[in-house]
Design a protein around this ligand. Sequence first.
Ligand code: PMP
Length: 286
Amino acid sequence: MNNPLVYLNSNGSGSLTPLSEAKVSVLDRGFIFGDGIYEVIPVYAKKMFRAEQHMARLLRSLAAIGMPNPHSKEEWLQLLQQVMDAHSGDDQMLYLQVTRGVAKRAHAFPAEMVPTVFIMSNPLTPISSEVRAKGVICVAMEDQRWLHCEIKSTSLLGNVLAAQNAVEHGAMESIQFRDGYLTEGSSSNVWIVKGDVVIGPPKDNLILEGIRYGLLQELCAAQQIPLQERRVTRAEVFAADEVLLTSAGKEVLAVVKIDDQTIGKGLPGPIYQQLYAAYQEAKAAN
Ligand code: PMP
């Protein structure tokens, strides 16, 4: 049985334990309210990719939900490293979750709070080269989530329903729109390319700022590809030359069809190719 070591700190005592033995109380506020935040950090060749940026987002999420940070940055990195080292694979996906701990069920914050910290790692399964070569199909839907999408919260029901909507339409991802404007996917940021310009929705409360958001900005700057952060209409998405998804798992991925409409030439385009190549170089240089 696959029973990897995970880190669990519940009720104040933390240790590496086999996944099958890692248990939390049913009164954990993560279970009862979805009261927690998380991070997903890719690991290439046994090294975390963009660890600093993930740590910064972790702190932003904790602060946004008024949760004291239970660890220094060095401690966080040490805990992540321990879980990573306990796994044999070179390429992994680290998952870290912090909840507001165990307390009698009441909505407002408990007076005394010990956060529950959980870290696991899974093998990283890359998008196959066949899928990359063809590009992926997406489905458009209304964004039905709350107005704090900038927080990487474990309350993911809206995202879960959007991901399920994609599955039910045979699509890779749902591309969400709020009031006629592009927001993001269920678990990815979405970009359009028009001419030689990459355009993405602004980093506000309507999207999660992916770690690949900043990375794409850096890659575009290095490749001298202009990038605009601005509102993008639904019509602009369907009329784009290219549409791209970014996330830890997808890296940069080309969208070739949304609903029944072909995007651009119906194949991964030149800006995708350029940014994907640059992404691979950034990984190699990590
Ligand atoms: N938006 C949402 C809603 C997500 O869940 C994710 C994936 N965590 C992203 C964007 C992309 O973030 P990242 O580049 O950090 O994977």
